[in-house]
Design a protein around this ligand. Structure first.
Ligand SMILES: *[C@@H]1O[C@H](CO)[C@@H](O)[C@H](O)[C@H]1NC(C)=O
Ligand SMILES: *[C@@H]1O[C@H](CO)[C@@H](O)[C@H](O)[C@H]1NC(C)=O
Ligand SMILES: *[C@@H]1O[C@H](CO)[C@@H](O)[C@H](O)[C@H]1NC(C)=O
Ligand SMILES: *[C@@H]1O[C@H](CO)[C@@H](O)[C@H](O)[C@H]1NC(C)=O
Ligand SMILES: *[C@@H]1O[C@H](CO)[C@@H](O)[C@H](O)[C@H]1NC(C)=O
Ligand SMILES: *[C@@H]1O[C@H](CO)[C@@H](O)[C@H](O)[C@H]1NC(C)=O
Ligand SMILES: *[C@@H]1O[C@H](CO)[C@@H](O)[C@H](O)[C@H]1NC(C)=O
Ligand SMILES: *[C@@H]1O[C@H](CO)[C@@H](O)[C@H](O)[C@H]1NC(C)=O
Ligand SMILES: *[C@@H]1O[C@H](CO)[C@@H](O)[C@H](O)[C@H]1NC(C)=O
Ligand SMILES: *[C@@H]1O[C@H](CO)[C@@H](O)[C@H](O)[C@H]1NC(C)=O
Ligand SMILES: *[C@@H]1O[C@H](CO)[C@@H](O)[C@H](O)[C@H]1NC(C)=O
Ligand SMILES: [Cu+2]
Length: 597
């Protein structure tokens, strides 16, 4: 199917000439070092700002040991702190024996060099075993907030990830004394390989439900009478104000979270400050982040409460089984909570899903607000999603699945080499009526278009089952224009938008509104609006790892080839082949394009 591309004649020979010049340049510059805005060889004198090392090994979490992919030997891996406006070189070593890897800077994609998004098959060749890659990341001023990094290969992100905080160079809109990062993740006892083989086999085998919810990598269940695993403990001081940064780094779980005897105020969603919203609980989908302010109790209040620790309760939502796990909010002074004793039943009532939580309610705090109105929308793309059960169980978008192995080479590479003709792709997509080119399996768009993208949930073909999906966009963030039951109605939604101020996000929830419906019947939608600006290849996908492996991913191509290359700047051939010279190894210093000047 991939061979369907026609090589674009004139442009291509022009490009070939460019490559020859570039190869010359590479040779010319190969002895100079880290020259800005140029191609340079990163030899021993080059100092990356951060180093991450990816390994695969036995690792124990939640009183279980499994073979896991780790960053710097732990899960989560180390926290990265980047500063707004600064170029960061992050070197990622693939220390595994036989697996590829990449690292994606979740939420920061638009602020990376073109080949630095970390989406294999879309924007770069994966880093092969024994190699390393230097990622160039420059968070824009104004994007300070809460992010994370994770592998984008296979099921690796279940464990291979860490928090990524972008620090502000300006005054913060909210004041607080201290902050704590709280990363939420899932423990699955089966290995990545077993899970992938099961999900993609004709003898479909589900991964199983999550075995434990982890808080900063820690978890213990009430059923664990033995074993040394402990509840996570978040230490705080009485009387102070804390910014808690919650990161939804789960593989599958959509989590409801509440803190015993404490309410919080939301101040950030996906890297954007919001007007403060008071709440007694949070709903966090895979890929989403929220910062909240928590006012710690005073000594008097603690005395009245008669305790210095309070449970943080996590519940999985919208799954056939409900799992509840705990962590501890621990005030200093006195004896700490016993972290191997798990109260059963849990202290708070088991949470229920709140469909449309905070939709039309969260408001941006940014003075810059360029929300495109309905009149400005130039094209609406409806993406119908449903599960299809035949010889395989797969998730389809407008009738097609997308998996990492579909393209034979990454789209960005194919745009450079001329193998993917962006004009023809666009024409085919438009002529098919739904904006989807079924040859390349992409949604192409032209710079300047204003897209309204609607994710339309539908019942499973053949039994009408429904799921919730956290849809995530690489690239520039979208305005989240809400969600609702049934089928999307633009007129009705525009009415609702009048009294709200949509916020920018990179991940939002497609709810299901009921457990099942008729096969292919619409049941729930989520809509986004985005002005097409940054030329490049951007994955838009469900962030549930199981669903991704089962095909729930799409690729958007913004801009034509000239615009993509103009945006990206020419690169050496080392980026265009798997294991090419842009990738380093023990005997070879990588030849790297410095993108940001
Ligand atoms: C990861 O580990 C390497 C050494 O193995 C170390 O040099 C590096 O600083 C660590 N990265 C972080 C972010 O801590
Ligand atoms: C690694 O990636 C290359 C290029 O996409 C692919 O051909 C190869 O099969 C991958 N290896 C593994 C072990 O998945
Ligand atoms: C994983 O846990 C399930 C129960 O949730 C159990 O049936 C299965 O045997 C376990 N698998 C492994 C590899 O421990
Ligand atoms: C801890 O509990 C989980 C879930 O009940 C179980 O799978 C696991 O084997 C237990 N581990 C130990 C060491 O008790
Ligand atoms: C939290 O807010 C709820 C209302 O949303 C209120 O009923 C409850 O009393 C508050 N709890 C605390 C500890 O402030
Ligand atoms: C925690 O409680 C368990 C059982 O209730 C007990 O065996 C253990 O010694 C306690 N740990 C600490 C540190 O007090
Ligand atoms: C969807 O399932 C039906 C049978 O249940 C099958 O005929 C059809 O080919 C499947 N579609 C895709 C795209 O796999
Ligand atoms: C693409 O869609 C057209 C109809 O719009 C259909 O005729 C054609 O077979 C499809 N091609 C592929 C490769 O799915
Ligand atoms: C869409 O909503 C408008 C305004 O609420 C309503 O008048 C119209 O009938 C709806 N259209 C459909 C197809 O339901
Ligand atoms: C969905 O199914 C679960 C049990 O699997 C049930 O507890 C719940 O009430 C159902 N929800 C709806 C909206 O039907
Ligand atoms: C290291 O990279 C160079 C240049 O890409 C390549 O020629 C060499 O075979 C690689 N070595 C290993 C061990 O992969
Ligand atoms: Cu999904």
């Amino acid at each position: 199917m991939w061979n369907g591309y026609r090589v674009g004649g004139r442009l291509n020979s022009h490009l070939r000439k460019m490559y020859h010049i570039k190869i010359g340049l590479v040779l010319l510059l190969s002895w100079t070092n880290s020259a800005v805005g140029s191609i340079a060889q990163h030899d021993d004198s080059f100092q990356p700002d951060h180093i991450l090392r990816v390994t695969a090994q036995d690792y124990t979490e939640a009183c279980n040991t499994r073979y896991s992919v780790l960053v710097n030997g732990s899960s989560p891996g180390p926290e990265l702190r980047l500063r707004e406006g600064k170029v960061n070189w992050i070197r990622v070593y693939n220390d595994m024996k036989d697996e590829n890897t990449t690292i994606h800077w979740h939420g920061l994609t638009a602020f990376t060099a073109p080949f630095s998004d970390g989406a294999p098959a879309a924007s770069q060749w994966p880093i092969s075993a024994g190699h390393f890659f230097d990622y160039e990341v420059k968070p824009e001023v104004g994007t300070a907030g809460t992010y994370f990094y994770h592998s984008h290969v296979g099921f690796q992100a279940v464990t291979a990830k860490g928090s990524l905080i972008v620090d502000s160079v300006n005054d913060l809109p909210y004041s607080y004394d201290e902050e704590r990062t709280i990363m939420l993740s899932d423990f699955f006892n089966e290995t990545d390989k077993t899970i992938i083989d099961g999900l993609t086999s004709s003898d479909f085998t589900w991964s199983g439900e999550t075995n434990a919810l982890l808080v900063n990598g820690k978890s213990r269940q009430a059923t664990n009478s033995t074993g040394s695993c402990q509840l996570a403990s978040i230490s705080i001081e009485p009387g102070l104000t804390y910014r808690l940064r919650f990161i939804g780094a789960t593989a599958l779980s959509f989590i409801s979270l509440a803190i015993e005897s404490h309410n919080v105020s939301i101040i950030e969603a996906d890297g954007h400050y919001t007007k403060s919203v008071h709440t007694s609980f949070l709903q966090i989908g895979s890929g989403q982040r929220y910062s909240v302010l928590l006012t710690a109790k005073s000594e008097d209040e603690l005395e009245k409460a008669g305790k210095r620790h309070f449970y943080i309760q996590l519940t999985t939502l919208a799954r056939p089984e409900t799992l509840t796990n705990l962590a501890v909010l621990q005030y200093s002074g006195g004896t700490g909570a016993n972290l191997t004793t798990v109260p059963s039943p849990p202290p708070l009532p088991v949470a229920k899903i709140a469909e449309g939580w905070l939709d039309y309610e969260l408001e941006s705090l940014s003075p810059i607000y360029e929300f495109p109105t309905l009149d400005e929308v130039t094209r609406r793309i409806i993406i119908e999603v449903h599960q299809n059960v035949s010889d395989h169980v797969i998730w389809l978008q407008n009738g097609y699945e997308w998996v990492e192995s579909f393209p034979k080479s990454p789209y960005l590479v194919d745009i450079y080499t001329g193998k993917l003709n962006t004009e023809e792709t666009y024409q085919r997509a438009i002529s098919r009526g739904n904006g989807f080119d079924n040859i390349t399996r992409t949604f192409p768009a032209q710079i300047g278009e204003v897209l309204e993208i609607v994710w339309q949930n539908e019942g499973t073909f053949t039994n009408g089952g429904l799921d919730v999906h956290p849809f995530h966009a690489h690239g520039r963030h979208f305005y989240d224009i809400g969600g609702g039951d049934g089928k999307y109605n633009a007129t009705a939604n525009e009415e609702r938008l009048k009294s709200s101020r949509p916020i920018l996000r990179d991940t939002s929830m497609l709810y299901r509104y009921r457990n099942e419906t008729d096969p292919l019947a619409p049941s729930g939608w989520r809509a986004w609006r985005i002005k097409v600006t940054d030329a490049g290849v951007w994955m838009y996908h469900c962030h549930s790892l199981q669903h991704m492996i089962m095909g729930m991913q799409t690729v958007f191509i913004f801009g034509d080839r000239n615009e993509v290359i103009a945006q990206s700047a020419p690169v050496g051939v080392g980026y265009l082949t798997y294991g090419g010279s842009a990738y380093g190894n023990s005997t070879h210093s990588p030849v790297v394009r410095h993108f940001f000047t």
